[in-house]
Design a protein around this ligand. Structure first.
Ligand code: E4P
Length: 225
């Protein structure tokens, strides 16, 4: 499973890219709003932080067909190669996804709450579909089960589209989808850090060093005479 950072905090992105095996960054207009800057400035800063070879996802904001196409062009011009344009999975969005596919622009059908919505975005030509796990859970349905269903639909119908599971609030939701072989997940920085936030891990790591130190008086192999 590829792992994306669903965040626009540049310091958090830099830290995660340095220490964790990260595949790229995803954003949406609400995430960009949290950065409280011109969204173009934030997107360019993310591009600079991750380099040209990592994928960045940025969303078309305009809700009209023409506006979605123009936003997509602007995003591509701003961020260059390895950019995926997120388009809401609505009827207007399906039309835009079809047109952008013809132009060779890679899209992600986002705001996915139902399996048939994902099916239609994929059929329109989206390379990714982004179901919102936690938001679906909050509506009283099973977000993880719906993502699994979407994955099955894409596989059964041989669709050239991958799931980008999104909107996670805890490790368990991500774990279940990783186990199921879902191709991509995107999580906020704090959710990714929580994957390895465990006092037992810290205690075990510290114990190894202190046992080595009681044997040798040193805290590293290199420090040995
Ligand atoms: C991704 O496509 C979504 O924009 C994002 O993950 C939604 O996350 P949220 O439900 O935490 O806002």
């Amino acid at each position: 499973m590829k792992l994306f950072i669903d965040d626009a905090n540049i310091d958090a992105i830099k830290e995660l890219i340095e220490y964790y095996p990260i595949d790229g960054v995803t954003t949406n207009p609400s995430i960009l709003a949290k950065a409280k800057k011109d969204p173009r400035e934030t997107l360019l800063a993310i591009r600079k932080a991750i380099g040209d070879d990592m994928i960045i996802f940025a969303q078309a904001v305009d809700l009209s067909y023409e506006g979605m196409i123009q936003d997509a062009h602007m995003i591509m011009e701003l961020l260059g190669k390895n950019t995926v344009v997120k388009i809401p999975s609505t009827p207007t969005g399906f039309k835009a996804i079809k047109a952008l596919k013809k132009e060779g622009i890679t899209t992600c059908g986002t705001v996915v709450y139902t399996p048939m919505q994902a099916y239609l975005a994929a059929k329109a030509g989206a390379s990714y579909v982004a179901p919102y796990v936690n938001r679906i859970d909050n509506m009283g349905y099973d977000g993880v089960a719906i993502v699994k269903q979407i994955q099955d639909i894409l596989e059964t119908n041989n669709m050239d589209c991958e799931v980008l599971a999104a909107s996670f609030k805890n490790s368990q939701q991500v774990l279940e989808l990783c186990e199921y072989g879902v191709a991509n997940a995107t999580c906020a920085a704090d959710v990714i850090k929580a994957f390895v936030k465990n006092p037992a891990i810290d205690a075990a790591v510290d114990d190894f060093v202190s046992d080595f130190q009681s044997l040798t008086g040193k805290t590293s192999m290199c420090a040995l005479d």
